[in-house]
Design a protein around this ligand. Sequence first.
Ligand SMILES: C[S@@+](CC[C@H](N)C(=O)[O-])C[C@H]1O[C@@H](n2cnc3c(N)ncnc32)[C@H](O)[C@@H]1O
Length: 321
Amino acid sequence: MNFTFEEYIKDVKSQLECNASEEYKKKYVVYTYSNEDVDNNLDYFKKMYDDGYSAYKALLLFSYKPKEEKVKKEPELNNSNVIKNISTDQSEILKWIMDLYNDGQPFECDITASELKFYGKRQGNKYEIPVPKILMDVFPMKDEIIKITPFKKLPLEDNSVSSIVCDLPFVCSPKTCKSVVEKKEGSNLISNRFSSWYPMQEGYENIYWWINECKRVLKPNGILVWKMQNSVSGGLQHLLSVFSAVCAADAGLYIHDVFSLEAKARLISASKIKKQQHARKYTSDFWVLRKDPKRDIKTNILIKLQECKNNVYEGKVWEIK
Ligand SMILES: C[S@@+](CC[C@H](N)C(=O)[O-])C[C@H]1O[C@@H](n2cnc3c(N)ncnc32)[C@H](O)[C@@H]1O
């Protein structure tokens, strides 16, 4: 060809809708590709130039190239790849939370780090969850874990962390109870002091305290991943997971989601009570709580309760039209 490749590309671009004049568009065919589409496919145009195709013909044949090839197509959702609200693998739930609610980023802080069982390579886990940068616990099991104290502030500034993980105990049992000490293989008495509440009121108060404390240190729009399980103690139902959601609503945290972790099997201990009083619990919850007051106000369960009370008693209820 008696013109350079640069001139050829100029000719190609002049035939694009985005560059052509109104006059040109009236007389000739124009193509809806962008300058970027051309620049991203210079190899194709170079080949057409070398093979002697005119700029017009190169564009004409270019249109047969499926455009989808250039756009990264998301796989279609189906039952095997959709993010569900239930799993038997906690690494899968943590990965789903990271992907859906934390821009695919690792969590920044864990205030109940313990043995770091949520993170790293673990047998039977589908995913390897990265260890958070900031690790804390009331009973630090490793040097890198910072000691914290119940009902004392976390050693973090207000609005300073983007995501926090918290996995408090849910069992009610005396701290030195023989059955608890024996059940925990390889653990000692001190760690057992921190793996149960006694009485259950201690658990309720800790849940309330830590949710509010996490809210204080979270950056605006930050998330708290809160693992909790409902529990039965002394023949009474203690809905600690539900209570956590109430505390979150009271603190003004938006309840963004909740995932259930299902246990495949649970230890059934020999008990004096032979007849079951309550269903044995096979699920625990991972709440995703966001410091987003704008969204919280629209669904906050405590505000909704107040609105219902007001409306129902004032007769301002919704009517089916
Ligand atoms: C279920 S374990 C956490 C396990 C941890 N996610 C892991 O993967 O190893 C409960 C943790 O809560 C901590 N803990 C116990 N009592 C607490 C309290 N009053 N306030 C804060 N954390 C407490 C314990 O030290 C323990 O590390």
